[in-house]
Structures are given as structure tokens and as C-alpha cells.
Design a protein around this ligand. Structure first.
Ligand code: M6R
Length: 366
């Protein structure tokens, strides 16, 4: 059942090239310059006339929502708000019939997300679901939706659900960018083609597994870790920290790199491993100067960089390379080493990787 892997989590990490492909298969028709998604096509006016998109979710799905905020605003120029479902539902939110609410949930059963959907529907918003489990409560409760075709995710730590959620949301954003005329045909075409390259680039990142395992061995006894990223990779930093917390029980925090000097920098000393996403294009120079700040305080730097990077290599204690891609697609690559890292650290610490203490795969109570 684990397909030769020791744990579901590892199997699911390795399934990502395939899962991403399955998610865009039949939807992304690069040669025709087309994205076909029935749930969006049938409701295109709702999306195009929306005042804003509100994204609600919990946990890792909320992180996918944050990545989507960058994608929708940057590519399709639609204002987006991302909310924890549990906060949104109880704070008497302002919702109108000009709002589109996107609920993201792997299981489709998360109680708070389901309640947020019901509230938004009562207020007249159009509600769209991004779920993995077919026929789940959220997929039935929403007005329309798009499934991530990730296949069953058994490990409590969400992995392939995250990257396929980002894939679906990217497809929607690209479609809207095209419909709105924000994207030229050629730019649109470039994106579709690059999206098709992602599964093989993810394969390439997976080849760094042995290197990531070596890094894990160095930091497995850490008591605190910091994860930093900017722009599209700020949510990836949050996701990296969550993965480590939930399966290895090491305290970890994700931060936008520039926020470091507003507090967390006080934590940095020679015992603090800092994982920094420092890919080219995404505010690269600014991240490099953040890395210098960490270094001058003797923090240990583990950087995720673009292939061929030299500047960060000179500064960091360890670098893990990912292939070059469009900035907006980097989260699909930079997430992978952070998943592998938490997997190896948890394993080395003797933790139950697939079923961490105190956690359930789907949270059906609030
Ligand atoms: O099924 P959902 O996507 O609605 O679940 C949301 C969270 O409970 C889930 O992502 C949780 O944070 C994971 N354990 C993270 O790995």
C-alpha cells in the first residue's frame, strides 16, 4: 500500500510530479493555448465581475491560499484576501453578492471551512471549492469547484495536496488573466508551456533527497528553527515551519524575511538554523542581504537557491538547488526540499511520521 516506501509521507512527496500532472491533465491545453475548467468556465462572469476574491482555509491549505493571493493579484490583478476559516466565520465579516469565496480543503471535511462556506452563501457570495476528496462535504456545499487530482493523501502532514492546490489555483489565475486581457497571448502561452515543465523540474528537485538527508542529520537536534522567504516564497516559509513542527515536534517559525529585523532576529545565535528561500528573481538581492544579517549573528544558514547560484553558496552553510522557473511557479519547487527535510528529521528523531501525536488527518470538529 505504501508502494515500496517506508511511509505514506515519503510516497506522497515522491508522487508530486505525477500528481501535478494529473491535476492539469485535460485542463491545460498548451498547444491550443487553452485552459479548460468547467467550474470556472460556467461561472466566468462571476469571477470577472467580482469585487474581490476571499480565500478561506486552514493549515497547509491556508498556505496554498496565501500563495494564490500572490498569483491572483500579480497575474490576474484581482484583489484577494486570505482568511483562516475559523477567524472569518466568527468575526461578522463583510460579504456581499459581488464577492467570490474560494474554499481550499484537501479532505473537504474541515469543520471551520465548511462553516465559512455556509456563512458566505447566506450572504449571497459565489462559493467555489478546491478539494481533493471527491464527493466530500465541501465539494457538495460549494456552488462550483475544481478538484485537485492528487489521489489519496494518507500522511497527516499534507504534501501533494499543497502543490496540487497551488497548481489548480494557478490555472484559474492564468485563465482569468487571459479573459481579463491582462495577459497577452504570447505571455499566456509562455506560462502554459512552463507549467508543463514543472513535473520534470519537481523530479529534479527530488534528486536532492540524499543531500537533504545529510542536512537533516546536522540539524536534527535543534530546538528551534526559523524559516524565511519573501514574496511568493513567504507562504512556503510558513509551510516549511508547519511541516517541521507537526511531525518532528521542533519549534519552528516561518516569517517574511524582511520582518526578521522587527523581532525574530533577536533569537539568532550559533544554535539557530535558519532555512532561507533565496531563489533568483524573487527579491533575490534583498534576501541575500537578509542572509548576511543572519550570518553576522552566527546563525546557521540553509538556503534553497536557483541552480548555478554562487552568491548565496558563498554565504550559506548548506545550499539546496532547484531548477529555474518563473517566479510565480517557484513555490511548486521550493516546497519539496522542505518537505523532505522535515520527513528526515522526524524519522531521525524517532517520531511517527505518518501519524504525529495529537493530530488528525481531517479536523471535523471546530
Ligand atoms: O483537509 P484540509 O485541507 O481542510 O485540512 C486543513 C488542515 O487541517 C491541514 O492542512 C493540516 O494543517 C495538515 N496537517 C498540515 O500538514
Amino acid at each position: 500500500e505504501k508502494g515500496g516506501y517506508d511511509h505514506f509521507m515519503l510516497k506522497e512527496i515522491y508522487e508530486q510530479p505525477r500528481a501535478i500532472l494529473d491535476t492539469y491533465r485535460g485542463r491545460l491545453l498548451a498547444d491550443k493555448g487553452l485552459i479548460k475548467m468547467a467550474g470556472v468556465d460556467e461561472n466566468i462572469e462571476k469571477f470577472l465581475n467580482a469585487n474581490r476574491i476571499i480565500i478561506v482555509a486552514c493549515g497547509t491549505s491556508w498556505h496554498a491560499g496565501l500563495v494564490a493571493e500572490y498569483i491572483f493579484e500579480d497575474l490576474a490583478r484581482i484583489p484577494v484576501e486570505v482568511e483562516y476559516a475559523s477567524e472569518f466565520r466568527y468575526r461578522n465579516p463583510v460579504i456581499t453578492d459581488k464577492d467570490v469565496l474560494i474554499a481550499i480543503s484537501q479532505s473537504g471535511e474541515t469543520a471551520d471551512t465548511l462553516a465559512a462556506i455556509k456563512l458566505a452563501k447566506e450572504k449571497g457570495a459565489f462559493v467555489f471549492g478546491v478539494c481533493n476528496v471527491v464527493g466530500s462535504s465541501i465539494s457538495r456545499e460549494t456552488d462550483a469547484g475544481a478538484y485537485t487530482h492528487a489521489g489519496p493523501e494518507i500522511g497527516v502532514a499534507s504534501t501533494k495536496a499543497f502543490t496540487t492546490q497551488i497548481t489548480v489555483l494557478t490555472l484559474i489565475a492564468l485563465k482569468l488573466a487571459k479573459e481579463k486581457g491582462v495577459f497577452s497571448q504570447s505571455k499566456y502561452h509562455e506560462f502554459l508551456t512552463e507549467l508543463e515543465n514543472i513535473p520534470s523540474k519537481v523530479e529534479k528537485v527530488l534528486l536532492s533527497n540524499a543531500l537533504v538527508e545529510q542536512v537533516a542529520a546536522v540539524y536534527k537536534d535543534a530546538t528551534n528553527c526559523l524559516y524565511l522567504g519573501r514574496g511568493y516564497n513567504f507562504p512556503v516559509a510558513l509551510e516549511g515551519a508547519l511541516k517541521l513542527k507537526e511531525i518532528s515536534y521542533i519549534h519552528a517559525e516561518g516569517y517574511p524575511a524582511a520582518e526578521m529585523k522587527h523581532g525574530p532576529i533577536a533569537l539568532i545565535d550559533e544554535h539557530m538554523p535558519v532555512f532561507v528561500i533565496a531563489t533568483k528573481k524573487g527579491h533575490y538581492e534583498k534576501v541575500v542581504s537578509n542572509i548576511q544579517e543572519i550570518k553576522s549573528r552566527k546563525g546557521k544558514i540553509i538556503a534553497i537557491v536557483t541552480e548555478g547560484d554562487e552568491m548565496v553558496r558563498d554565504l550559506a552553510d548548506h545550499v539546496i538547488e532547484v531548477p529555474e522557473t518563473f517566479e510565480s511557479l517557484t513555490p511548486l519547487l521550493t516546497t519539496i526540499p522542505l518537505q523532505l527535510l522535515s520527513y528526515h528529521i522526524a524519522l531521525m528523531r524517532g517520531c511517527n511520521v505518518d501519524q504525529p501525536r495529537n493530530l488528525a488527518k481531517s479536523v471535523t470538529v471546530e
